[in-house]
Design a protein around this ligand. Structure first.
Ligand code: SF4
Length: 680
């Protein structure tokens, strides 16, 4: 049986899969030993978690709500009726309220080709930049920070460099073993070779066992800890003078800003012992090659941009950029979240990160698409929710996202979605958001389509069809093209590759990538010409703007702190066996059997005080909602904090989370909410 070679549909590591099928079902998944990111290794999700594609829950026919929006039922309809209705309702909202009353959420689960077409549909067919995707909820703040300081927003280096080149690995706000297991494997291999690991994390995650030094800070005190590292590096003259003078600006402001953050001040603010701050600073600054990796523990804060800027400051200070084994590496969560951003599924940039406010850039896309584009940026996903509530947005088109489960402060989000005049959801399952829709369009899964994903290390890789789609489901790009024609645009794409050829013309970093070139192995952008080998690490020839800019930042409290009524801090996150909103991993029989329910992690001291024992059902309350789930009493959680995943709709952590936003990135503070826990 010859396997089909494709790319994993779960996380952003982008592991290469060899999939074998029998009678329409997946029977074996392996990986070739020379796979670029994963060297033949796969985690449990990649190897055993793809049976969701043949789940009996798959959507197979369009659904249309008959009767009233709140009480009417979703019933099967023909494609003709469903698409006619969508086109008519979108056109009607646009006519009555203007194009800005329509918004769309694209999907990091979909291919580059689908993301490109989705944002083009909103911009060129509807006439609005109101398009966003789940990066708003994960790394929006990292992107803002890296753009401000460096003029580049992606992971700078490659996964393979961890094992082969890094001498020091600084991991913060990333439970890498559970969320990017193959990256964690590479980190552990590097430690086995002699590399040192600095871990900054409030939870006792698996990597703590491999760390030379573990800084266990109070949640939300990241700026203080990272400023403490910069303080020690400057105080002890460990910074890279040559790099700072040649490639940076703003050093004096940074030095002034971190002067206050002595290790003793940091200890008082964060709970991290001063000696550990000293040791971590020395390790990072004196390493020949030190790489920084981070995840949502850094980005999902009201200070998310400041947190990421503090990391960029460290790398600039020590010149840990532009060489193998160094760099700034935000680990992207979903399989194609890097690609969705590259394709312009963001309200402020066109494909290739061309600002919508840049007149020349806009003109280039106007010529390519044959339309006039609006000059002002659109609304972010979090702003769309508010705009739905106050009537500025009347119609929402959601492709493969599930805001009714994954956004912060769900009771409010669901109330806002109910205020829409029209909601259309395109997905493979009847998600919580789809269940609220007026029209549901059944789409192909990853197993049924061709296209490309771009992994966290900027590697553009092929996705290949190996199963027939169920029932009447159609490809996302085909549905979008049909709708565009019904709304008067002459879209004539006949394959994913035809769309990719247009992407190559639109995005210079992708210009040299062709399906033929990535037949065997993906290519890392920037790849500007067909004879270019791709770019494993950025900044080898200097920084994009010539100089990187230090941004002084200062510690600010999270938006909500514990008090007498809500005395504990809730941290939300993910576990190895599930993925994001759980829509696909919970429909994988094996994964669901191993980890079937939400668990509330409590430290033994807190559990004893509350009279809660392991396995007991507890109620967790915040100012915004409450959930009930079983307690897991464990020292993994820091005393005073509680951990809950957001994979389980029946104990939806986002009923509790705080929707206070980072002012620049508009990302909610998923990582700090004040809660109370009680036995039930
Ligand atoms: Fe898939 Fe990520 Fe696991 Fe690799 S590490 S197999 S990409 S889920």
């Amino acid at each position: 049986m010859r396997p089909v070679v494709t790319t994993c549909s779960y996380c952003g590591v982008g592991c290469t899969l060899e999939v074998r099928t029998l009678r329409g079902r997946i029977v074996k998944v392996t990986s070739p030993p020379d796979a670029p990111a994963n060297r033949g290794n796969l985690c449990v999700k990649g190897r055993f978690g793809h049976d969701y594609v043949t789940s009996p829950d798959r959507l197979t026919r369009p659904l249309v709500r008959r009767g009233d929006r709140r009480t009417g039922r979703l019933e099967p309809a023909s494609w003709e009726e469903a698409l006619d209705l969508v086109a008519r309702r979108l056109a009607s909202v646009r006519e009555r309220y203007g194009p800005g009353a329509v918004a769309g959420f694209s999907s990091a689960k979909c291919t580059n080709e689908e993301n490109y077409l989705f944002q083009k549909f909103l911009r060129a067919v509807i006439g609005t930049h109101n398009v966003d995707h789940c990066a708003r909820l994960c790394h929006a703040s990292s992107v803002v920070a890296m753009n401000l300081a460096l003029g580049a927003t992606a992971m700078t280096n490659s996964i393979g460099e961890i094992r082969d080149h890094a001498d020091v690995i600084l991991v913060t706000g990333s439970n890498t073993s559970e969320n990017h297991p193959i990256v964690a494997l590479e980190m552990k291999a590097a430690v086995a070779r002699g590399a040192r690991l600095i871990l900054i994390d409030p939870r006792e995650i698996e990597l703590a066992r491999f760390a030379t030094v573990w800084l266990r800070q109070r949640p939300g005190t990241d700026v203080a800890v990272l400023s403490g590292l910069a303080h020690v590096i400057i105080r002890d003259g460990l910074w890279n003078r040559e790099f700072v003078e040649r490639f940076t600006e703003g050093f004096e402001e940074l030095a002034a800003a971190v002067a206050h953050y002595t290790p003793q001040v940091v200890e008082a603010l964060s709970g991290v012992p001063a000696r550990d701050v000293e040791e971590a600073a020395r390790l990072y600054a004196t390493s020949p090659a030190a790489a920084i990796f981070w995840g949502m523990g850094i980005s999902q804060h009201t200070t998310g941009t400041d947190n990421a800027l503090a990391l960029v400051n460290l790398a600039l200070l020590c010149g840990q950029l532009g060489r193998p084994g160094t760099g700034l590496n935000p680990l992207r969560g979903q399989n194609n979240v890097q690609g969705a951003g590259d394709m312009g599924a963001l309200p402020h940039v066109l494909p290739g990160y061309v600002p919508v406010t840049d007149a020349e850039g806009r003109r280039r896309f106007e010529a390519l698409w044959g339309v006039r584009l609006p000059e002002a940026p659109g609304l972010t996903a979090t702003e769309v929710t508010e705009a739905a509530c106050d009537g500025r947005v009347r119609a929402l088109y959601v492709m493969g996202e599930n805001p009714a489960l994954t956004d912060a402060n769900l009771n409010h989000v669901r109330h806002c979605l109910e205020q829409l005049e029209f909601l259309v959801v395109q997905d493979i399952f009847l998600t919580e958001t789809a269940a609220m829709a007026d029209v549901v369009l059944p789409a192909w899964s990853w197993a049924e389509k061709d296209g490309t994903f771009t992994s966290t290390e900027r590697r553009v890789q092929r996705v290949r069809r190996f199963l027939d789609p169920p029932g009447e489901a159609r490809a996302d790009w085909d549905i979008l093209s049909d709708l565009a024609r019904r709304l008067g645009s002459d879209w004539r794409y006949d394959s994913a590759e035809a769309i990719f050829e247009e992407i190559r013309r639109a995005v210079p970093a992708y210009a040299g990538i062709t399906y033929a070139r990535i037949e065997e192995r993906g290519l890392q952008w920037p790849c500007p010409a067909e004879d270019h080998p791709g770019t494993p690490y950025l900044f080898a020839g200097g920084l994009p703007r010539g100089r990187g800019r230090f941004h002084p930042v200062g510690y600010l409290d999270p938006a909500e702190l514990p008090d007498d009524e809500f005395p504990l801090i809730l941290i939300t996150g993910r576990v190895l066996y599930h993925w994001h909103g759980g829509v696909i991993s919970r429909r994988s029989a094996g994964l669901n059997e191993i980890y079937p329910e939400a668990l509330v992690e409590l430290h033994p001291d807190d559990a004893a005080r509350l009279g809660v024992h392991d396995g007991q059902m507890v109620r967790v309350r915040s100012r915004r909602g409450e959930v009930t789930a079983a307690a897991r009493v464990t020292e993994r959680s820091r005393p005073g904090s509680v951990f809950l995943t957001f994979h389980f709709a029946e104990a939806a952590a986002n009923l509790l989370t705080n929707d206070a936003l980072d002012p620049r990135a508009r990302i909610p503070e998923f990582k700090v909410a004040a809660v109370a826990v009680e036995a039930v």
